[in-house]
Ligand binder design. Structure first.
Ligand code: HEC
Ligand code: HEC
Ligand code: HEC
Ligand code: HEC
Ligand code: HEC
Length: 375
């Protein structure tokens, strides 16, 4: 996804017009020092416009061939000295200066104290108030109250008290999960333990030519090497005519699938792994629930023909899906996120529905979206 700065022009905080969520003041809900920076009430500061303009000119006045989708005010997101009138702007995070001269860090920009999940075109993945319509990846809100509903990401929540640093199916990490970098899910893990270095350049990458997985910026949601097709509202509207198209494959070895990404930590190898034939099997009867296999075109699976956001499937060719609202048994593919969210969800183990007590809890039965005879 590319950054369209026109859509994220921040409004002077003095006006009533500021979009609620950007006036965030995240309370100290967590022991790990969730940065209190999150007062992101952006102002247009003439002082900062000058260096920014020069910066812009320097970068983008190069004739025609310099392609960038970035337009708008650099000062919305960058501060040259992390100082304004000798102090910090109330619009910035409070624990800077930040890497890449940013006004905040990953969590600061992508969180809100309101229930709103897209603010000035910033996808919000951590609301401190129960979010109204969670985005496709889920929302860390739920992990605050209950460890078992989410990934424990540094800056949001202390390390998991039950699982510690070990991803089930994989081997222990030497440090807590971060958004990006060496211990992150986003960005390039080979760049060392730094969030920004892990995604450098991604926010400014023009991906209008397609998600190729070639660089972090050209990868699906900055997940390095993963492909797919990005819904413009991150599935906030939750409708099956416009949604993400995930990359699947009918083998465990294709490295660009969304399930391969999960397997990088949860076992792309080894008999304990969740995403390889040793750990999962290669045909029925399976050892663990299979992923990166096609739905069968026969039996109960043949009835899954209308795409469901309760239990979505991936495509072998996400860029060329003819009817996004349809599912083709025999072709479309089971993935980890057919059943799970990625960040956190209201349910046990990041599930997309409340499986734990089903059918006793009379909740939605997502399993029968595919297992249509098991209801
Ligand atoms: C200064 C604010 C800011 C900071 C800091 C920031 N982001 Fe973002 N991020 C944004 C905005 C705005 C967008 C929306 C871009 C768009 O789609 O137009 C975005 C988009 C994204 C997306 C979605 C990309 C897509 O394809 O839809 C991801 C993933 C992301 N950021 C991750 C991160 C990570 C990881 C960090 C820290 C390394 C980070 N962000 C730091 C503002 C920020
Ligand atoms: C909506 C927020 C936002 C705005 C506005 C913005 N940037 Fe950035 N910029 C980021 C984020 C986040 C990063 C760090 C993560 C990354 O590189 O993806 C970044 C990184 C950078 C970098 C280092 C990485 C690279 O791509 O070289 C430069 C240089 C930069 N920005 C310059 C600018 C300039 C100049 C402007 C104004 C034309 C600007 N930015 C406007 C969010 C923004
Ligand atoms: C960078 C490594 C990494 C990646 C990639 C990753 N995970 Fe995890 N995952 C972990 C770690 C570490 C834990 C255990 C600690 C925790 O819960 O934060 C975990 C825990 C979990 C749990 C159990 C949570 C709990 O609290 O009981 C689920 C479910 C899960 N991951 C699913 C996924 C899915 C689905 C994906 C792909 C979308 C994925 N993970 C990708 C590292 C990762
Ligand atoms: C996105 C579709 C999908 C969803 C959702 C789904 N499954 Fe499956 N499941 C499959 C497919 C496809 C197979 C493999 C069928 C085969 O090879 O015969 C499978 C296999 C299984 C098997 C093993 C059958 C065997 O022959 O070894 C069980 C048990 C199972 N699923 C239970 C569940 C449960 C419980 C849920 C809900 C938590 C669930 N599934 C959700 C598609 C799905
Ligand atoms: C068919 C639905 C389904 C699919 C597909 C699926 N999971 Fe799960 N997963 C579950 C359910 C349900 C649980 C809760 C525990 C249980 O019932 O086994 C769970 C639990 C987990 C756990 C927690 C295990 C623990 O020890 O606490 C992790 C980690 C996990 N899944 C990761 C993955 C990854 C990675 C993939 C893809 C390779 C994946 N899941 C695919 C349904 C699924």
């Amino acid at each position: 996804m590319t950054l369209n700065l026109n859509t994220i022009k921040f409004i002077d905080a003095g006006t009533k017009a500021f979009i609620s969520g950007y006036d965030t003041n995240i309370s100290d809900t967590e022991e790990t020092g969730l940065n209190k920076c999150s007062t992101i009430r952006h102002r247009l500061l003439p002082l900062y416009l000058i260096p920014c303009l020069l910066f812009t000119l320097a970068l983008f006045s190069v004739p025609s061939t310099a392609v960038s989708s970035v337009t708008g005010d650099c000062s919305n997101c960058h501060t040259m000295h992390y100082s304004q009138n000798g102090t910090q702007s109330s619009g910035w995070g409070g624990s800077g200066p930040y890497d890449a001269l940013l006004t905040n860090d990953c969590v600061g920009c992508h969180s809100s104290t309101t229930a709103v999940t897209i603010i000035n075109n910033t996808p919000i993945i951590y609301n401190t108030t129960s979010p109204t319509s969670i985005l496709a990846g889920g929302n860390f809100y739920y992990a605050i109250a209950d460890d078992s509903t989410g990934h424990n990401v540094s800056g949001i929540k202390a390390q998991d008290s039950t699982l510690g640093l070990t991803p089930p199916g994989g081997s222990a990490m030497s440090s807590q999960l971060t958004c990006a970098g060496e211990f992150g899910c986003h960005g390039d893990r080979s760049t060392g333990n730094n969030n920004i270095v892990g995604v450098t350049g991604a926010h400014h990458t023009d991906d209008s030519g397609g998600i190729t997985g070639g660089t972090v910026g050209l990868s699906y949601r900055f997940l390095n090497g993963i492909t797919g097709k990005e819904d413009t509202d991150w599935e906030q509207d939750n409708i099956n005519t416009s949604h993400n198209e995930y990359q699947g494959a009918t083998n465990f070895s294709t490295v660009s699938t969304i399930s391969y990404l999960c397997g990088q930590c949860h076992g792309n190898s080894g008999s304990g792994g969740f995403h390889n034939s040793l750990g999962v099997g290669s045909a029925s009867p399976w050892l663990r629930h299979p992923t990166d296999i096609a739905l069968k075109s026969t039996g109960e699976y043949a009835n899954y023909t209308t795409y469901s956001l309760v239990a979505p499937v991936a495509r072998p060719d996400p860029d060329n899906v003819i009817n996004t609202a349809a599912v083709t048994p025999g072709t479309d593919i089971v993935i980890c996120i057919s059943c799970h969210r990625s960040h956190a969800s209201p349910y046990y183990k990041l599930l997309r529905w409340d499986f734990k007590g089903w059918p006793g809890n009379a909740a939605t039965n997502g399993c029968n979206v595919c297992h249509t005879s098991k209801n």
